[in-house]
Design a protein around this ligand. Sequence first.
Ligand code: DOR
Ligand code: ZN
Length: 332
Amino acid sequence: MTEITITSPLDMHLHLRQGDMLRLTTPLSADFFAGGVIMPNLIEPVDSVDRLNTYHSEIQALCKDKVFEPYMTLFFKQYKKAELEQVKDRIIGIKLYPAGITTQSENGVSDFTTIEETVSAMEELQIPLLVHGESNGFVMDREQEFLSVYQTLAENFPDLHIIMEHITTADSVEFMERYDNVSATVTLHHLMITLDDVIGDLMRPDLFCKPIAKTQEDRSALRNAVFSGHPKLMFGSDSAPHPRHKKECIGCAAGVFTAPVALPLLAQIFDEAGSLDQLQNFVSTSACQRYQLTPPQKTIRLQQKPWTVPDFYGDVTPFYAGKTIGWSVVRT
Ligand code: DOR
Ligand code: ZN
């Protein structure tokens, strides 16, 4: 049976949520990954040292018997340099959301001319800037329209590490390549689906997310770059669970819950592309190099043995629910 071993897989973009949802999601990531970049878009955003410490302790308590490093982020707002100095060693970066662009981003940035002072302090202190890069234009053009903001940031702050989160378009891949200080994360679902899968047949709330899945050409550009082992592309699942009543309703919340299926499905699609030798790079090495991380040592064995994804984890429908994946994690 074909088997591969991955050392210290990392999920560089992860929503764990709070309360019961946090208790459900944390082990599903912490069992498989050596670390994850924890998103700060809680109902009350993680935008102070106190909230950061509380949230970090809650996560730590849920993975105390596991090898898993929660890499914490702060929610972008205007911070003074002194505040950032105080918190710098406890975060991996600061996540910027344009106001109202996605789940719980109401407190995000509505005027990009106001961010300069904070971003400049981040550059000085070498705190990475993680960005949800979408405008509020036509839904299929939002990522493209945001590239001018990325360009201004990349050029004005050449020593700032900017991470374009969950890129979905060929243009974003091309843009990312042009600037040394820019990296990007790519999700599993954007490597697998296009808009057709979301709304081309029966409408699929479980596949609805922000940014919305794009065209076949866009997906091909992402796949080509990822499967060829691009050194600036990192795996970030953007696993974003919502309870069924928030998905199966009028006003469906954006988010695809991929954490429990991420590594087996990545193995499957890398294998199908003849690129299994690049999986380690995508799920760990690129991130370690770009963020200069030394993650906890953890070994995950994946084997070509089919398993069927449950219909639900708690009250959440996972990506690939009820379908069979050709690869599974070897439980030790
Ligand atoms: O689909 C998404 N869901 N995109 C995001 O940017 C946020 C996330 C969430 O928090 O649900
Ligand atoms: Zn996200």
